[in-house]
Write a protein that binds this ligand. Structure first.
Ligand code: SF4
Length: 343
């Protein structure tokens, strides 16, 4: 039987009205917006993709802008907002007020965080508002955490305690939030994979997602080969759902259909066609919400221009889940491989 879970790409079918608009060449309002409240961070992970950029561009969206965005999302019928980095979203001074606002206005949220700054008094707020919280935890021991995440003072015990509080409060009130760990694997931490799974068991998290820190050297390839064997073995022994995204080669697909289902706003206010590619060349920039409102930029002439000028060769460099959604859209809506009217 088809597995019903949040990771099943068939869920895109539930947005059939928007998909039909996309297929007729129109840009519908987004289902979800991925929002970077700030690119500042209280950690300094040794592999951080953003650290060079961050040194020269320390930015965060003002409280006023965040609430203006929230109002726009509500008017547009956005269903969920993902609070992510750039930096560490939970250090933004307005973050808990914003989360409360989303909850009061029936917009779901999800959070990707290093888990070090969560306030005890706000655990209930987070759990009631979120569909998932994903803790970027790259070590199963304090020593390795300090070496990899490089916080100014040790945060490991606090993070572990925060995960425990989130999960136990979720269970206590019967909320629908998933608690997951994302572990970026490389030479400094791959020896802790078994311990990470044991820690996940102990904390009763729902899943652990292992990702590869980018690196194509034969040494890093060997680490991933070994890590994969360990993870596959651990899958047989644990009730925690384990994933890895090693060696996921970017799919080469025709021109992207589904990117407008997800909006993207960077900490400096830039809006891009999608959140999956490297935007340093500015090629797929729609505008900046510090100059124009999100609601005005979305579906603007510039948005259509950027949407129509997509280049599948360019996208072929990126691993993105929208290509999997696009494959579902093509199979179901264009080729009717499900025989949708024969129910
Ligand atoms: S990177 Fe992915 S989501 Fe972005 S435009 Fe290309 S295929 Fe679409």
């Amino acid at each position: 039987m088809t597995e019903i879970n949040p990771f099943n790409k068939l869920k895109v079918i539930s947005h059939s009205e928007k998909i039909r608009q996309l297929l007729s060449g129109k840009i519908p309002s987004p289902v979800r917006v991925v929002l970077e409240p700030t690119n500042l961070c209280n950690h300094n992970c040794v592999f951080c993709f953003y650290s060079n950029f961050r040194d020269d561009n320390k930015v965060y969206l003002s409280r006023e802008k965040l609430f203006e965005l929230a109002e726009d999302f509500k008017k547009m019928g956005v269903k969920s907002v993902s609070l992510v980095g750039g930096g560490e979203p939970m250090i933004h001074p307005a973050i808990y007020d914003l989360i409360r606002w989303f909850r009061e206005n029936n917009i779901l949220i999800s959070i990707t965080t290093n888990g070090s700054t969560l306030k005890d008094s706000e655990i209930d707020t987070i759990v009631r508002a979120s569909t998932y919280i994903r803790i970027s935890l790259n070590a199963a021991s304090e020593q390795t955490h300090n070496a990899v995440n490089a916080p100014r003072s040790s945060h490991f015990a606090r993070i572990i305690s925060n995960i425990e509080k989130l999960r136990s409060h979720r269970d206590k009130i019967g909320a629908n939030m998933l608690v997951g760990i994302k572990n970026a694997i490389f030479e400094k931490n791959f020896h802790e994979i078994e311990n990470m799974v044991a820690l996940g068991e102990e904390l009763k998290v729902d899943y652990i997602m292992f990702a590869a820190v980018v690196g194509e050297s034969p040494a890093s390839r060997k680490i991933l080969d070994d890590a994969k064997v360990i993870i596959e073995e651990m899958k047989k022994k644990t009730r925690v759902l384990l994933f890895h995204s090693f060696y996921k080669k970017p799919l080469k697909t025709p021109k992207c259909i589904s990117n407008p289902l997800i909006g993207t706003v960077s900490a400096n206010g830039d809006m891009y066609l999608c959140g999956f590619m490297d935007h340093s060349d500015g090629r797929f920039r729609i505008g900046n919400i510090n100059e124009n409102r999100f609601i005005d930029l979305w579906g603007s002439e510039k948005h259509y221009e950027v949407y129509r000028s997509q280049d599948p060769e360019y996208c072929a460099r990126y691993t993105c889940k929208m290509k999997e959604y696009d494959n579902v859209i093509r199979d179901v809506f264009l080729e009717d491989k499900m025989h949708i009217y024969s129910i």
